[in-house]
Design a protein around this ligand. Structure first.
Ligand code: O7E
Length: 217
C-alpha cells in the first residue's frame, strides 16, 4: 500500500451501488478501501474485485482460527482480489505465521489486530495488546491495527514494533478519535468509516481528514 494520503476508507455500507458510488467519489483521497463482513455478506465476494479498480482493498475479516484454516481463508480472500487481510493476533504465533507465510508468497499484506478501539477492548484485549504487537513484529507481519481512540496506546505499540511495521488506526470521527492526534502518536494510516460514508459529500469529508493529516506530517 502506497503511503500517500494516509487515509483508509472503512466502507461498511451494505448496498453494492452505494459502495461503488462512494468508492468512485473518494478514490483520489484514500490509499486503500477496507471492506468487511457487512459489505461482503450483503453483496458477495465479487465486490472486492469490483472495488479494487478504485483503490487497493484490505479485507477486514478479522481471521481468528487454527493455522490451516487461517491459510485457507486468506487464500480465498487473496484470490478474490484483496491486497491485504486483517487477522486477529490473540490466536497465537502459529495461526499468525500461517497467514503471514501465505501473504509473503503472494506479495500481499497481513495486518494484525492488537487492541481494539471500543470501550470493551479494555475488558480482555488491552492486556494482550503489547504481546500481540511483539508477536506481529517477530513474525514480520506488514502491520498492526491499533486504536485511534487511545493515541497513547498507539505510541506504546509503535515502541514495541519499531519502524518496520505499519500501524493502521480506526476510531477516528464517529468513535471520538482525532486523525491528527493519532498520526502524531505514531500511526501511519487512519481508518475512517461513518464520518465519510454517512456524509452527504463523502469526497469532501475525506478531503477534510486528508488536509487535517497533512498539517501534522
Ligand atoms: O467507526 P467508523 O465508522 O469510522 O468505522 C471504523 C471501522 O474500523 C469499522 O469498520 C470497524 O469495524 C473497524 N475497527 C474499529 O472500529 N476498531 C478496531 O479496533 C478495529 C477495527 C478494524 O477495522 O479492524 C481492522 C482494521
Amino acid at each position: 500500500m502506497e503511503k500517500n494520503t494516509r487515509l483508509i476508507l472503512a466502507l461498511d455500507v451494505t448496498d453494492r451501488d452505494e459502495a461503488i458510488q462512494i468508492s468512485e467519489k473518494v478514490a483520489g483521497y484514500v490509499d486503500a478501501i477496507k471492506i468487511g463482513y457487512p459489505l461482503a455478506l450483503a453483496t458477495g465476494m465479487e465486490i472486492i474485485g469490483q472495488l479494487s479498480k478504485y483503490a487497493p482493498i484490505i479485507a477486514d475479516f478479522k481471521v481468528a482460527d487454527i493455522p490451516n484454516t487461517n491459510r485457507l481463508i486468506c487464500e480465498q480472500v487473496f484470490k478474490a482480489g484483496a491486497d491485504g487481510v486483517i487477522v486477529q493476533g490473540f490466536t497465537g504465533h502459529d495461526s499468525l505465521e500461517a497467514a503471514v507465510k501465505l501473504a509473503k508468497e503472494q506479495k500481499k499484506d497481513i495486518f494484525v489486530v492488537t487492541e481494539m478501539s471500543h470501550p470493551g477492548a479494555l475488558d480482555f484485549m488491552q492486556q494482550a495488546g503489547e504481546g500481540i504487537a511483539k508477536m506481529a513484529a517477530d513474525v514480520k507481519a506488514s502491520g498492526v491495527v491499533a486504536p485511534a481512540t487511545r493515541p497513547e496506546r498507539v505510541t506504546e505499540i509503535r515502541k514495541i514494533i519499531g519502524n518496520e511495521l505499519s500501524i493502521i488506526s480506526p476510531g477516528v470521527g464517529a468513535q471520538g478519535g482525532s486523525a491528527s492526534d493519532v498520526i502524531k502518536a505514531g500511526a501511519d494510516w487512519v481508518i475512517v468509516g461513518r464520518s465519510i460514508y454517512q456524509s452527504d459529500e463523502p469526497d469532501m469529508a475525506a478531503k477534510k481528514i486528508v488536509d487535517e493529516i497533512k498539517e501534522v506530517i
